[in-house]
Design a protein around this ligand. Structure first.
Ligand SMILES: [Fe+2]
Ligand SMILES: [Fe+2]
Length: 311
């Protein structure tokens, strides 16, 4: 039997499972909970806190999982009586799950799930003051660094996009592109992966070249799939570009959407890689990133950070 991974935090307590839940233990897949059963809050908390095992679902039941995640997402976005923490937790976990799935396979189903997660994340942030603050206050596991970075960029870019009054469909594409923008990193050679955690200005010319491969790799991975929006592909391709022309594609002119994604990416990299607080990162940004982005855009970004209580 083949298995697909499942992030345990996407499982809701006291909700009947529509699939068999397995754990991988000592080289074996063991059935932990059968379809039709539910996990209690206490049991789930224990599993999450112990962080002791990886969870899987038989591949033939993957469509049930997709439906299950759809419902969880819907409930987190629109359900009544949910705490802000629950909402943020579930939407970010479903987003993380969709990024992981896309990493595995850029299929139509996985792309749809990513779009839904991006839109869910956007709605929760829009409807709940303090949601962005909550998201940025979450602890990051080292193994989830790139995924969390992608979620943060999605949250920031959609807020900035709304502030700039981009069209609805543009913001949706921006959100999806943000979740997928670093998909090429997972395709880099293992020895090149630590380059993500090194500040771009500290890269040697050779390292810069190797790191910039992740753009080409994303492009190859997403290319030729007609269900992927051309605008999403274009945004992913340009996320490391800025107005200096020193990005991998060496372009000096960016569309407002491209510049918005690039700025949010550059900002969040400081938080994730240098472990700076939004306040600290913005201080540097204000001084060192002038010339890389339009001053007006930086100022609009500051307004968003203030509005969201991050400065
Ligand atoms: Fe990148
Ligand atoms: Fe990035």
């Amino acid at each position: 039997m083949d298995f697909v991974p499942l992030r345990i935090k996407t499982v809701q307590p006291d909700t009947e499972l529509s699939f068999d839940l397995y754990i991988y233990y000592k080289d074996h897949y063991l059935c932990y909970a059968e379809r039709g059963n539910a996990l209690t809050t206490a049991k789930l908390e224990k599993l999450i806190n112990q962080d002791m095992a990886d969870f899987y679902v038989p591949e033939e039941q993957v469509d049930n999982v997709t439906l299950f995640l759809d419902e969880a997402l819907n409930e987190a976005v629109y359900g009544e009586g949910k705490s802000l923490e629950e909402r943020v937790d579930v939407v970010s976990e479903v987003a993380a799950q969709s990024i992981e799935r896309m990493n595995e396979e850029a299929s139509h189903k996985n792309y749809d799930m990513t779009q839904k997660a991006a839109s869910g994340l956007r709605t929760v942030i829009k409807n709940n003051p303090n949601a962005l603050k909550k998201l940025f206050g979450q602890k990051t596991k080292e193994s989830d660094l790139i995924i969390n970075h992608s979620i943060n960029v999605c949250a920031l870019a959609t807020r900035l996009g709304e502030h700039l009054r981009f069209k609805e469909d543009e913001i949706d594409d921006l959100a999806t592109a943000a979740l997928l923008h670093d998909i090429g990193l997972t395709k880099l050679k293992v020895e090149d992966l630590p380059l993500f955690e090194k500040e771009a200005t500290a890269h040697t010319p050779d390292e810069r070249l190797r790191y910039s491969q992740h753009i080409k790799l994303s492009q190859n991975f997403l290319n030729g799939k007609d269900f992927i929006s051309k605008r999403v592909e274009d945004l992913v391709n340009h996320h490391e570009e800025d107005l200096t022309g020193l990005g991998p594609l060496k372009v000096r002119k960016l569309t407002p959407l491209q510049e918005c994604l690039s700025l949010c990416n550059a900002f969040d990299k400081r938080l994730i890689v240098k472990k700076e607080s939004p306040k600290e990162a913005y201080k540097v940004f204000q001084l060192d990133y002038i010339g890389r982005y339009n001053l007006e855009l930086i100022q609009r970004f500051e307004a968003v950070l203030v509005e969201e209580g991050l400065l």
